[in-house]
Design a binder for this molecule. Structure first.
Ligand code: GDP
Length: 439
């Protein structure tokens, strides 16, 4: 997703020449490029203009430090602004009351029912009992669909196929949940293909009657600007609490994620990235911004390095990244430093390719031990030239470090991913400006 946008932003940064500070003249073309990239990514024009104006204000007159190139500085500024644009902080679903009630709204086909199943799975994992409620009184198929999903994820589904009154059904469902000790009730309502007055009235009535602790609006990210308009219409009527963006796996433009918060002033709380029940993620504005920029993870890593590590070590590592010489000795030295800094999970999450794998895991200080022992089992030559680590050498490492071949292979893969990102950064810097003066 967002491939187009990040490629275009890359290009925009390259137009910044390597001057000592950012001025009106050298930033104008870049700002224009960024704005075009955002609009092309289906970001609402007004929002794109506002954000690029802010970026410009931020950038003007900023001195470019010796350790940071203008391109890097701009990347950081754009990253900060995009993060802000998407709300800054992650926001959780509010589950208050006994049972806590979550009301889902959105157009037909938005992925509402699929999301209901995913959310139920997500909440079940927190050891709370869940009841799914089928409140679509128009399409019997919708009730069946939810039942199938419920069965699949092991969550009971409440329905009243003969009852055509969604207010009654939801009230009865809540009473049923109370009686049967279900702690969270998720209500899937009827959607229409387009916004329509009766649907709006109906869901308004349901909301008023049951007073949910959370009302979520589900919207298909692939519909771009329409997603933003629909969100606005629903919000005007429902005053919902949060947005769920679905089908982000198929959306390479992603403008909806950028505009929705700015236009409706409600946070995106979840993103859905596939039809599988596990394909649900909490929405982190900063991570999304990093993803949009393509290389944000490494930048924050370098950023932290510059804040916390001694300047010489940071410079040394930056030099090596620049020359494509980053090796296992450097990796180990970074690990040592990271360990000193605390907040391990946060930091590991910045290593490209790692954040997804660690998001559900608790990391303690022993987490790096296997990695360290594998690297320490390497010969100096293997550390400096990881390419020579063939199958038999890897088996030896596994044995020597008390790990298994899978762990060694994982480490090699992570290391290779990391180097790939570094090479991409370097490629960007091979033209003038860009990321050129990293050290
Ligand atoms: P509803 O009418 O709003 O309840 O929408 P559904 O949950 O029935 O979803 C409509 C279609 O979108 C179905 O074919 C789903 O499998 C599909 N779908 C839902 N969420 C996602 C997603 O995150 N990614 C993709 N690729 N497809 C999705």
């Amino acid at each position: 997703m967002f491939d187009n946008l990040s490629t275009k932003l890359d290009k925009a940064f390259k137009t910044l020449k390597g001057q000592g500070s950012i001025t009106e003249i050298n930033v104008a073309a870049t700002i224009k490029e960024i704005r075009r990239a955002l609009v092309d990514a289906d970001v609402n024009y007004k929002v794109a203009k506002e954000v690029t104006d802010k970026i410009k204000d931020e950038a003007m007159g900023r001195d470019v430090l010796t350790t940071v190139s203008p391109g890097q500085l701009m990347t950081k500024i754009v990253y900060d602004e995009l993060t802000q644009l998407m709300g800054g902080q992650k926001e959780d679903v509010v589950m208050k009351g006994d049972p806590a009630v979550i009301l889902l709204s959105g157009l037909q086909g938005s992925g509402k029912t699929t999301f209901a199943g995913k959310l139920a799975t997500f909440i079940k994992k927190q050891n709370r009992t869940v009841l799914l409620v089928a409140c679509d009184v128009y399409r019997p198929a919708a009730i069946d669909q939810l039942k199938v999903l419920g069965e699949q994820v092991g969550v009971e589904v409440y329905s009243e196929p003969e009852n055509k009154n969604p207010v009654e059904i939801s009230q009865n469902a809540i009473a049923y949940a109370k009686k049967n000790n279900k702690k969270v009730v998720i209500i899937d309502t009827a959607g229409r293909l387009a916004v329509d007055e009766q649907m709006m009235k109906e869901i308004e009535q349901v909301k008023r009657a049951i007073n949910p602790s959370e009302t979520l609006f589900v919207v298909d990210a692939m519909t771009g600007q329409d997603a933003v308009n629909t969100a606005k219409t629903f919000n005007d009527r429902l005053n919902f609490d949060g947005v769920v963006l679905t089908k982000l796996d198929g959306d390479s433009r992603g403008g909806a994620a950028l505009s929705i918060r700015a236009v409706v002033e409600k946070p995106i709380k979840f993103i859905s990235t596939g039809e599988k029940m596990e394909a649900l993620d909490l929405f982190y504005p900063d991570r999304m911004a990093q993803r949009i920029l393509g290389m944000g993870d490494v930048i924050s890593l370098v950023e932290r390095a510059q804040q916390q590590f001694d300047e010489d070590e940071a410079k040394r590592i930056n030099q090596k990244i620049r020359k494509n010489q980053f090796n296992f000795d450097d990796f180990l030295s970074q690990l040592e430093q990271i360990k000193k800094m605390g907040n391990l999970k946060d930091l590991v999450g910045m290593i490209p390719g790692m954040s997804k794998q660690i998001k559900d895991i608790d990391i303690d200080d022993d987490a790096f031990k296997p990695i360290e022992s594998i690297i320490k089992s390497m010969t100096p030559q293997e550390r400096s030239t990881p390419e020579i680590l063939n199958g038999s050498r890897r088996r030896r490492l596994a044995k020597g470090s008390g790990t298994d071949i899978q762990q060694v292979n994982n480490l090699m893969k992570q290391f290779e991913d990391m180097r790939k990102v570094m090479r991409t950064m370097n490629k960007m810097s091979s033209t003038k400006g860009g990321m050129a003066q990293m050290a």
